[in-house]
Design a protein around this ligand. Structure first.
Ligand SMILES: NC(=O)c1ccc[n+]([C@@H]2O[C@H](COP(=O)([O-])OP(=O)(O)OC[C@H]3O[C@@H](n4cnc5c(N)ncnc54)[C@H](OP(=O)(O)O)[C@@H]3O)[C@@H](O)[C@H]2O)c1
Length: 303
């Protein structure tokens, strides 16, 4: 199965319909050639959009990825590297960060991008996201630094993560180019972006969202809370109708059905689970079944 492509906006970028995230990379204990094998396997399946952040793994994951990529630098042109900046998280790797804080100042964004380029051993990022909304964000300052990074050829596209619609609109109002995504938490266990204006805004602007934790961080499979159990029961009830589809197929198909053209960011470290998830691409949920899953998530009939 080759994953189809997805234009994030009318002017690009051209990403894969399903992305893969490296937040949990250090948990997988994959380094060097073993990690490169995973990366190559993803690319061979057409999963080319690879999601990172400066702070993943205590600011270590980008460099672990870069070390693996250095074993076969030719792979760089086959992938889109997404990374994020703007969170200062106190950790031994960053002794100057004493207080958890957000920082979208020019100096911080520039320094973060330089560090990410060095970590990945590349000279450009495909997409840079502001990781979380910064209450002290000066939209003019961010727009200016985005322009200078673009002009220098260091970053090709820009976006945001976890922004409210008004925060997104504020930053967009100062930019000449479209923000190409808002990476948000969205899953059948976290349907809120459909009801708080987040997805309305993205659909209005024809911008594809990226969905982080598409399986609610695994809670869909093993959560003991009532919501997770209800959704599991509802997924099981639909299985036979969809060719004995497993819960991961149906939960992802539920996300893919949204008209904003959601790009789920998978977080498993197991290739077999990636392959399983891809079966969702062949499933078109009937509308009634989509609503049955929403109802199970919300624990109440659709009003
Ligand atoms: N922008 C943000 O603020 C933000 C926040 C969080 C995450 N992210 C991005 O989103 C990516 C995905 O997030 P996530 O890791 O929470 O995604 P997720 O896919 O919802 O959760 C991954 C977890 O679920 C487990 N899992 C996956 N498939 C499974 C299956 N079929 N059966 C049982 N367990 C399964 C995985 O365990 P195994 O590894 O054992 O399979 C892993 O522990 C991250 O890597 C990161 O790139 C962004």
């Amino acid at each position: 199965m080759t994953v189809p492509r997805l234009m994030m906006t009318g002017v690009g970028p051209d990403f894969s319909r399903i992305a893969f995230g490296f937040w949990r990379l250090l948990e997988w204990d994959l380094r060097g050639q073993d990690l490169l094998n995973l990366i190559e396997a993803l690319l061979d399946r057409g999963i080319t959009t690879l999601d990172h952040a400066d702070l993943y793994g205590g600011y270590a994951c980008e460099a672990v990825f870069g070390e693996a990529l250095a074993l076969n630098p030719g792979l760089r042109s086959r992938m889109e590297i997404v990374t994020k900046c703007g969170i200062k998280y106190p950790t031994p790797a960053r002794p100057t960060y004493q207080q958890k804080a957000y920082d979208t100042s020019r100096d911080h964004i520039l320094a973060s991008v330089e560090q990410s380029l060095q970590n990945f051993r590349t000279d450009y990022l495909d997409l840079l996201l502001i990781h979380r909304p910064d209450p002290l964000m000066d939209a003019d300052e961010v727009a200016a630094v985005f322009n200078s990074l673009y002009d220098a050829g260091k970053v090709r596209y820009f976006g945001v993560s976890n922004f409210t619609p008004s925060q997104f609109a504020l930053l967009q109002s100062r930019l000449d180019v479209p923000l190409v995504t808002n990476q948000i938490e969205f899953s059948v266990l976290h349907p809120e972006p459909m009801f708080d204006g987040t997805l309305d805004q993205l659909q209005q602007r024809r911008v594809a969202p990226q969905a982080w934790s598409p399986y609610a961080g695994g809670r869909i499979f093993n959560g003991q809370d009532a919501q997770a159990q209800r959704v599991r029961d509802a997924l099981a009830a639909l299985s036979a109708k969809y060719n004995d589809a497993a819960p991961d197929h149906l939960a992802l198909a539920w996300l893919l059905a949204h008209p904003t053209r959601v790009q789920p960011v998978l977080g498993t470290g197991k290739l077999a689970r990636v392959d399983s998830a891809l079966k969702a691409l062949d499933i078109t949920l009937e509308r009634d079944d989509w609503f049955a899953l929403l109802e199970a998530s919300q624990g109440a009939p659709v009003p």
